[in-house]
Design a protein around this ligand. Structure first.
Ligand code: ASP
Ligand code: MG
Length: 411
């Protein structure tokens, strides 16, 4: 029996007419013959509102169990409303809460981890032709209380359910046509990417592209669940979208997307004693304070035995990092540290980039041709990032999008 999990996000299910559009899509998919389990989010904005209500009722956050009972309500409402929309179309459908499908979690309220799902009854229901509409984002803790999985957690519910039901795919319906090759507001020629690997999607998420909750992508990768990101706003079953799976990227060119982040500050430490000892101490101090550092370069200074160290971090951490490095009471007490908050990071994302020197060359050549100064560089298997002045970010993203051939037809 082919099974399919269809998940609808908050904008896809924001009001009665959107829920009707979801029901129509589900009906079309069902005609194709699959057994269907649906996972819903709360309507857009509702969880934020509930979170504020919880903040008012429990300002110290001491009753997290009751807080979760409130937060989980939005999904429950949407599940039942969507089941009714399906029934209006003459289909058999019923809603389920997380605990009714045996979505068991640990007891970490607000960030619970799914431990198991009881699939026997659910499988019988859907294989018998009834559409199960499951409230996402919620489960049942060991003490019998409602738990929630963390913001964006209905993606996680959907992937976990798809794995448990051995579904042929988990379709994530949202308000965009898939994962784009760059931010379409910045690059008008950006297009949805047809196929991506899990690693690439995770890398894009870590570089600022928000599509799916990262934990859910990690789970999909671990359980080998094929994901499809699709728009629910096209009026019919969408044809395009982005498919994410194992080896999904093999059939296309190496680079798939250009990401950027404007939230970068550069710190330069001049006249740092050369050698690994001072360097080790700098990063030990930052690590102790929980400050994450991204791109790092060390180069020889103007004098023998001195070096210049450049690294980037998030803007919110910059002042603390500066005072830790320069604090006279601290053993580092560096006196020549400067900070530049107007930096951005641009990243080329793709598979197997480390072994593709040509890609790094194309990136630097392109930035150079546009007179964009490169402050620091980092590479991994799936990305090459460069720190650049914030004013140049739009130009850099557009130029790289073109240089890597992403402006051309859909791959
Ligand atoms: N409604 C929850 C949230 O807004 C879960 C989700 O939408 O995935 O975070
Ligand atoms: Mg979401």
């Amino acid at each position: 029996m082919t099974r399919l999990v269809m998940k609808f996000g908050g904008t896809s299910s924001a009001d009665p007419s959107r829920l009707e559009a979801c029901a129509a899509l589900i009906a079309e998919r069902q005609k194709e013959g699959a057994s269907i389990a649906v996972v819903v989010s709360a309507p857009a904005g509702m969880t934020d509102r509930l979170e504020r209500d919880v903040g008012t009722a429990d300002p110290d956050g001491q009753w997290v169990d009751e807080g979760d009972a409130v937060l989980a309500a939005g999904e429950q409402i949407n599940a039942a409303l969507l089941a009714m929309a399906l029934r209006r179309l003459g289909l058999r459908a019923r809603s389920y809460t997380g605990w009714q499908v045996g979505m068991l979690t640990d007891g970490a309220h607000g960030a619970a981890k799914i431990q198991s799902i009881e699939t026997k009854a659910l499988t019988q229901t859907i294989d018998g032709g009834t559409i199960a509409v499951v409230a996402g984002f919620q489960g049942l803790g060991p003490d019998g209380r409602i738990t929630t999985l963390g913001r964006g957690g209905s993606d996680l519910s959907a992937v976990a359910l798809a794995a448990a039901l051995q579904a042929q795919a988990c379709e994530i319906y949202t308000d965009v046509e898939g994962v784009y090759s760059a931010d379409p507001r910045m690059v008008p020629t950006a297009k949805p990417i047809a196929r991506l690997s899990y690693e690439e999607l995770l890398e894009m998420a870590s570089q600022g592209t928000k599509v799916m909750q990262s934990r859910s992508v990690e789970l999909a990768m671990a359980k080998n669940v094929t994901l499809r990101i699709l728009s629910s706003f096209e009026g019919t079953v969408p044809q395009g979208g982005t498919t994410i799976g194992t080896n999904a990227a093999l059939e296309r060119a190496t680079v798939c997307a250009i990401s950027y982040s404007r939230d970068e500050t550069r710190i330069m430490v001049h006249r740092l004693p050369a050698g690994s000892e001072a360097l080790t101490r700098v990063f030990a101090v930052l690590a102790e304070a929980g400050i994450q550092v991204d791109l790092i370069v060390q180069s020889p200074g103007n004098h023998v035995n001195e070096s210049t160290l450049v690294f980037s971090l998030r803007r919110g951490d910059a002042q603390q990092a500066l005072s830790l490095l320069t604090d006279p009471c601290h053993k580092l007490a560096l006196d020549e540290v400067s900070l530049d908050p107007d930096m951005a990071k641009v990243s080329v994302i793709g598979i197997g980039l480390r072994s593709q020197t040509r890609m790094a060359h194309t990136m630097f050549e392109t930035l150079c041709a546009h007179d964009i100064a490169i402050g620091a560089v980092a590479t991994s298997e799936t990305r090459i990032s460069a720190l650049i002045p914030a004013v140049d970010v739009e130009m850099a993203v557009r130029a790289l999008h073109q240089a890597f051939g992403l402006d051309q037809a859909r791959t």
